[in-house]
Design a protein around this ligand. Structure first.
Ligand SMILES: [Zn+2]
Length: 584
């Protein structure tokens, strides 16, 4: 989609975007995935294709996970429609066709087994759990009695199944290496149950959610998307009950994911926990991002915002294909391998579902100030002050903040200074401005006028990151971006023997900054989904011909969206030791 089409699309979006079109990377990326779901393919998300798992009609992959695609489709499109205000008529059509497909006991799909619990029962639970939250997110957008009644019947079905699946023997049996049909198929239902309680005020859904939450544990070889979906549910349970044990549980499990080494340095949560780490999964990345944003909102502990930002700018963007799909990429010792899969059956929809929450996390308000947190597009409002952000961080390391409403009284606008920026340079209406530096933020206090425009330039740091296990390898970060070299943009870097390439790093400054030179961008037109503000020149000695030193451009891994599927990346580099000569 070109810029012209994007403008037309946003002209239709209405609501808060009516004050002007946001035009940064996050906006383009959400539009890319939304367009994929609504008009892209193959496969095309036609009504019948989406609803096949609810019938069920086994005419495509994974229809035994009954409700999985249909539920996620409702969830993603309803949430985007709610956020943007745009009309998505196919949503009403699919919801109307879905309700009559419900079975007498309240579930969708083939019958549950009557004997010992089988893998097929777990698949049914998974899909129906996704469908419950999908129905309720659609109901939040367009309340309809028949949709709510349908969600209630499904919730009642889960309440009836409770004793069967809360059984300790079933927990044990399905906490092995079943992955997609593991116990997570049951625990991911918490999210829908809490939302059903919020909508109906019926306590029985909350009681079941509490029982399942008590049985939610991390174990080796667990499906991370399922587990983190369950944690998002437990966080919702905390919001609903204000019972601190649930927040403590989520924070403890969050710490467990980090300390067990299951979060990779580029902000990727692998599809399956150790020792089965093999590839990423768009769903898991979206869940981890949403969980961190949720924990940040509840606690204001910056560790959650920092992690959300790491995953957003790196693994989450990396995971998005040029088609707008999300999916899988193979993980290798030094980076990313030459296999990928566009997971239209889950990740494409679950990835799209994450975007509205990211936009909403760009700002937050406190009683005494409006805070701009993530350097992305978004809109923030506090009493007397509304500000819109347009991010061009990828192009020029800047964000434009436009005051769209002001009441003429003095207000404070606090702009977060992330650890990856050594300073923020702020101008207001073209004039340099001194803000008050605080710990981790710069605060600007004044009588704002509608139309005031702030430009924030992030002075980006370049940092070296040691490999968590291999003392011989390092990675390079520039600003929020994790950098690498890919085989499409730099094929000769992959000349044999690649593993003997030695990079020539300058000495880091006392502040820990690595003085690599910015790479000159020679293109007249910026390429979509590239971040030239982070391009750096890296000198190296090729493994096969070190007598001819070369240079390569380091690029954000997020640029995978701009290049071909299944492109190989190197993220971890071996520096030449005792490197005497290279200065920049
Ligand atoms: Zn997925």
């Amino acid at each position: 989609m070109n810029r012209h089409n994007r403008t037309i699309t946003f002209a239709l979006m209405g609501l808060h975007l009516a004050t002007g079109a946001m035009a940064g990377e996050l906006t383009s990326r959400m539009e890319l995935s939304l367009d994929r779901v609504r008009r892209g393919g193959p496969p095309v998300y036609s009504d019948d294709f989406v609803l096949a798992d609810a019938v069920p009609q086994h005419l495509r992959r994974f229809t035994e996970f009954s409700g999985d695609v249909s539920g996620r489709y409702l969830s993603a499109l309803a949430t985007v429609a709610q956020f943007s205000g745009q009309a998505i008529p196919e949503l009403d059509r699919v919801a109307a066709k879905l309700v009559p497909l419900q079975k007498a006991d309240g579930h969708f799909g083939d019958a549950f087994s009557t004997g010992a619990v089988a893998n097929s029962d777990m698949a049914l639970l998974w899909g129906n759990g996704r469908l419950l939250i999908g129905l309720l997110e659609y109901h939040r957008l367009k309340p309809k009695p028949e949709v709510l009644a349908c969600a209630r019947r499904l919730g009642d079905c889960f309440v009836k199944l409770g004793p069967r699946f809360n059984d300790p023997a079933i927990i044990e049996k399905f906490s092995g290496d079943q992955v997609a049909v593991g116990y997570i198929c049951w625990t991911q239902i918490i999210e829908g149950l809490v939302e059903l309680n919020r909508t109906t005020q019926d306590e029985k859904y909350l009681r079941l959610a509490e029982q399942i939450a008590a049985n939610t544990h991390r174990y080796p070889k667990e499906h991370s998307h399922g587990f983190v979906s369950a944690l998002r549910g437990v966080l919702d349970l905390y919001r609903a009950t204000q019972d601190g044990q649930w927040l403590r549980k989520v924070e403890t499990e969050w710490e467990g994911i980090i300390s067990s080494g299951n979060l990779l340095p580029q902000g990727a949560l692998p599809e399956v926990f150790k020792p089965m780490i093999a590839n990423d999964e768009g769903c898991a990345e979206a869940d981890w991002l949403r969980l961190n944003l949720g924990l940040w909102a509840e606690t204001r502990n910056p560790r959650y915002l920092d992690n959300a930002e790491l995953t957003l700018f790196n693994e989450f963007f990396f995971n998005q294909f040029h088609t707008g799909d999300f999916g899988h990429h193979i993980l290798t010792d030094d980076g990313i391998g030459v296999w990928s899969a566009r997971a239209w059956w889950c990740c494409t929809l679950h990835g799209l579902r994450a975007f509205p929450q990211v936009f909403q996390a760009a700002f937050h308000s406190e009683p005494a100030r409006l805070c701009y947190d993530l350097p992305v597009d978004g809109q923030g409002a506090a009493p007397g002050l509304t500000v819109r952000a347009d991010s061009s961080l990828a192009e020029d390391a800047s964000v434009a903040l436009l005051v769209t409403k002001a009441d003429g009284v003095e207000h404070a606008l606090s702009i977060r200074q992330p650890v990856w920026a050594s300073a923020l340079k702020i101008t207001i209406n073209g004039k340099a401005l001194e803000g008050v530096a605080q710990v981790g933020a710069v605060e600007v206090r004044r009588r704002w006028q509608s139309g005031d425009k702030l430009t924030v330039r992030y002075v980006m740091r370049t940092r070296l990151l040691p490999h968590p296990q291999d003392a011989n390898r390092v990675a390079v970060l520039r600003g929020p971006w994790f950098l690498g070299v890919n085989a499409q943009n730099a094929p000769t870097f992959f000349d044999e023997p690649l593993e003997k390439n030695l990079v020539l790093l300058p000495a880091s400054s006392s502040a820990g900054d690595l003085p690599l030179k910015p790479a000159a961008d020679v293109r007249a037109q910026p390429v979509r989904f590239t971040a030239p503000a982070a391009h750096l020149t890296l000198p190296y000695l090729p493994g096969g011909y070190p007598v001819q030193p070369q240079t390569v451009v380091l690029r954000p891994i997020a640029e995978q969206t701009a290049i071909a599927d299944a492109t190989r990346w190197v993220l971890w580099f071996q520096p030449k030791r005792d490197n005497p000569g290279v200065t920049n």
